[in-house]
Design a protein around this ligand. Structure first.
Ligand code: GUN
Length: 284
């Protein structure tokens, strides 16, 4: 039986600690931190993520403004909105929910966010500094994953880590953080040949490929630590499920994260942390 890392519990304790600190901010700095979330369109998953971010903000005492724009919003209009938020001294963090509608260039939008307000850690300068080991805002999901490993007492140094997925949001940055923690890291993906052979090498397996129950028992070395970043709808039941076949893999693993209640809530807690950090950098 594996140790199950509850992201739900760990994120709750992170949020409670932050709430205690944030409560003092109005007296200390004149106001609470302010996070602005921009949502373009009405993709149901994005709406649900944005709602989760607003709820967590309330729990921590962060002021949250969610700005919704229709899917037809033009890129220039969105860039103008970001320009206004960039120069608004009362805004500490700006998050543009991804994915954006196809007619909008995501890279251009992310680059337009003032780097000091980039709570996602997606701005090119934050990405560059991550890879240069310079101070930066870390992307929320990778940051949350490392926190979970630390909390579970997983030793990373010297271990074989395999990351399935190479996205800018999760795969690439989590691989870099594992490398910085002295793991030997392989980045695998949909085109990797003999994938089960590669993943069976992993002491730590991070799965962010976005396919329901993609990782099966034959792909996991007994005793491995398995981190499931997937958020999928089960095609049959419509229920939330991860990228890992949990029922089959859990008995093999030494440590595993559930879906829901694993990485997801940690991402949001780390977003709250990044918002507080951006606020404090400005105020201190
Ligand atoms: N869409 C999926 N994950 C994320 C995230 O971490 N940040 C933003 N802005 N959009 C996302």
């Amino acid at each position: 039986m594996a140790t199950i890392i509850s992201g739900k519990e760990l994120s709750a304790s992170m949020k409670a600690e932050m709430a205690a600190a944030v409560k003092e901010f109005p007296a200390k700095y004149g106001r609470a931190p302010h996070l602005v979330v921009v949502l373009v369109g009405d993709d149901p998953a994005s709406v649900s993520y944005v709602t989760g971010k607003a709820k967590a903000s309330a729990e921590v005492g962060i002021r949250n403004t969610t700005i919704r724009r229709p899917a037809e919003t033009g890129e220039a209009e969105l860039l103008a909105l970001i320009g206004e938020l960039n120069v608004d001294d009362g805004v500490d963090g700006i998050l543009v929910q991804l994915p954006l509608p196809k007619h909008i260039d995501e890279d251009r939008v992310i680059a337009a966010i003032r780097r000091e307000k980039d709570v996602d850690g997606f701005h090119p300068l934050n990405v560059a500094n991550l890879w240069l080991k310079q101070p930066c805002t870390l992307p929320c999901t990778p940051k949350g994953i490392i926190r979970m490993l630390q909390r579970a007492g997983v030793e990373i140094a010297g271990k074989r880590a395999v990351v399935i997925g190479r996205s800018n949001i999760v795969g690439l940055p989590v691989a870099k953080l594992l490398l910085d923690a002295n793991a030997t890291v392989t980045i695998a993906h949909s085109r990797t040949r003999n994938l089960p052979e590669v993943t069976r090498e992993a002491d730590i397996l991070v799965v962010a490929i976005g396919r329901p129950r993609f990782v099966t028992a034959d792909m996991v070395r007994p005793g491995a630590v398995v981190i499931d970043v997937g958020v999928n709808r089960d095609p049959g039941t419509g229920k939330l499920c991860g990228d890992v076949d949990y029922a089959a893999v859990e008995p093999l693993a030494s440590v595993i994260t559930p879906v829901p209640g694993g990485v997801g809530p940690m991402t949001i807690a780390c977003l709250m942390e990044n918002t507080v950090e951006c606020f404090l950098r400005k105020m201190e």
